[in-house]
Ligand binder design. Structure first.
Ligand SMILES: Cc1ncc(COP(=O)(O)O)c(C=O)c1O
Length: 414
């Protein structure tokens, strides 16, 4: 049987990560995957998360099965966190099931769309998160794209609106709620309102993917477009990931939220999501959801978590500002300005695929061919090296004087 398998296409991100693993150059910098690292190169367990885990380990008496919707208190906490409501009008219009992280939420909701509207087209941004198209297509949905950003590094609202004018009633438009992956470019508040106007007028359903809330402008600011959309449209889908903002990457913690018109449609949506999950994995894992619930339900832990999230956000913002300032000082003001406008864990460097290859081969700086780099993965003292490498590739290929080739701590932190 297995000899009939043909080799699947390689995964470019994990291939690059493996290439980095085999790179022995001490100055190497791994900026491929979206993982936060502190200045010692570690992806920390957040203190609020650790404290919740201790309490859970001491207090939980049973690991009995949860139901098909997972941890119900977690689902309520997610609806409340995301929609900024506690059983108020919008919260009352929501159904939620716990999922295997953000990816699981995307897939469950895609399957739900396929069940209810098999002919729906899902519109994804161009460029999109690398998994959006495969997940939607695996669910059997047709995928089309709408423009996201222009060459100036700003959201291309006219382009978006022009492309989305072709979206039909009952089509689904996948929008990243904040900190767009891979570009780091987010629409302005006015642009979000214009998208909501269009959704209202044309009847398509917004499908918001939230993976980086809290890492752009702050938790409430990052969730504002999602909440605004929720207040304007009758139906909406939201895929929520707890991987980045709770640092729970490997615990696979997330939530699928559906906003609907009536209690009955919401009940049907929840049962459908449960049935989809049943045939895939039955129930989601409990640990991450229990941790998040413990953090969000305890006022002290909740504010400790928010403070830690703010520190992470501050580091990312500082890294980006420092990189932009150094590029400006090295004679690349346009690149600096474009970078300076971006938000969240990722930035797109204004480099071609060939320049990204040179960055990797000549300077051991690993980003994706599209120019995406994980700005949250660089130790602050490695920014001069990163800026110098980018400037070298943009210029005559030589590391500018003053940009460190390597420092000892930086090598360890990689
Ligand atoms: C835009 C976006 N959505 C969803 C996800 C899925 O995250 P996870 O499945 O790790 O929670 C990611 C992860 O990188 C992402 O960038």
């Amino acid at each position: 049987m297995l000899e009939l398998l043909t080799p699947p296409p390689a995964d470019p991100l994990w291939d690059l990560a493996a290439e980095f693993g085999a790179d022995a150059r001490p100055e190497r910098l791994n900026l491929v995957l979206g993982v936060y690292r502190d200045d010692t190169g570690v992806t920390p367990v957040m203190r609020a998360v650790r404290e919740a885990e201790i309490r859970l380990a001491e207090g939980s008496a049973s690991k009995e099965y949860r139901g098909l919707s997972g941890n119900l208190a977690f689902n309520r906490a997610m609806v409340s966190l995301v929609l900024g409501t506690d059983g108020s009008e919008v919260g009352g219009r929501a159904a939620a099931v716990q999922t295997v992280a953000g990816t699981g939420a995307l897939r469950l909701l895609a399957d739900l769309v396929r069940q209810t509207r098999p002919d729906a087209t899902v519109w994804i941004s161009d460029p999109a998160y690398v998994n959006h198209r495969p997940i939607m297509q695996s669910a059997g949905l047709t995928v089309r794209t709408y423009r996201w950003s222009g060459p100036d590094g700003r959201a291309d609202l006219p382009g978006m609106l022009r492309d989305l004018r072709e979206a039909r009633r009952d089509d689904v438009v996948l929008l990243q709620g904040c900190c767009h992956n891979p570009t780091g470019v987010d629409p302005s508040p006015e642009a979000w309102e214009a998208l909501a106007d269009l959704a209202e007028r044309r009847g398509w359903v917004p499908f918001v993917d939230l993976a980086y809330h809290g890492l752009g402008d702050g938790l409430d600011a990052d969730l504002r477009p999602t909440r605004m959309l929720a207040s304007r449209v009758p139906e909406m889908l939201v895929a929520v990931s707890c991987s980045k903002n709770f640092g729970l990457y490997s615990e696979r913690t997330g939530c699928a939220i559906v906003l609907g018109r009536s209690r009955q449609t919401l009940r049907h949506a929840e049962t459908s999501l449960q049935n989809i999950a049943r045939t895939l994995y039955s129930m989601p894992p409990e640990h991450g959801a229990a941790v998040v619930t413990a953090v969000l339900q305890d006022p002290a832990l909740r504010s400790a978590w928010r403070a830690e999230l703010d520190v992470m956000r501050g580091r990312i913002t500082d890294n980006r500002a420092d990189l932009a300032a150094r590029l400006r000082a090295l004679g690349h003001p346009v690149a600096a300005e474009t970078l300076g406008r971006q938000k969240g864990m990722f930035s797109t460097l204004p480099l071609t695929a060939d320049q990204m290859r040179r960055l990797r081969e000549e300077f051991a700086v690993y980003g994706t061919a599209s120019g995406r780099v994980n700005i949250a993965g660089v130790a602050a003292h490695r920014i001069p090296y990163l800026a110098g490498s980018v400037a070298a590739v943009l210029g005559d290929g030589r590391m500018p004087a003053g940009a460190q080739r390597l420092d000892a701590v930086g090598a360890a932190a990689g």
